[in-house]
Design a protein around this ligand. Sequence first.
Ligand SMILES: [Fe+2]
Ligand SMILES: [Fe+2]
Length: 157
Amino acid sequence: MRDIEAPRAHADSSFLWSDARLLGFGPMDETHKEFYEVALRLLTCEAGTALAAVRDFEAHAVDHFSQEEEWMRSSKFPPADCHREEHAAVLKSAREVRQALESGAGNEALARDFAIHLLQWFPGHADYLDSALAAWMSKHRYGGQPVVLRRKQGAPD
Ligand SMILES: [Fe+2]
Ligand SMILES: [Fe+2]
């Protein structure tokens, strides 16, 4: 499986998007930036914004994961089951958190706690599952390994 490995993103436990998270397949990288935006809004939500933030995250996750799963299907990507299972587990949690807020059983603290779990989960998912798909899709579409251009860490903008 050497030929479907992407360049490993640097270990990064930050809750903010950075170029260290780029995987080299443009459409996926754009979606991943959006993941950080919606997860950050969830992380910083207040009582009055929590339900909208959970709904926005859930809508993002449905699109994000169905897009990746469509890429897997259409390109006949081989090891797809555990990837789909992780997506399904996140969608199930998002649905449960949304329902808890809708019924009044949960509040903004639950939403923020969910955001922390999402942001802790994402780097491992991206490094071990999405990166393989990104490399596969780059090869499938462009006939080569992804090229990742990162700004120098610590360099002034
Ligand atoms: Fe992803
Ligand atoms: Fe994924």
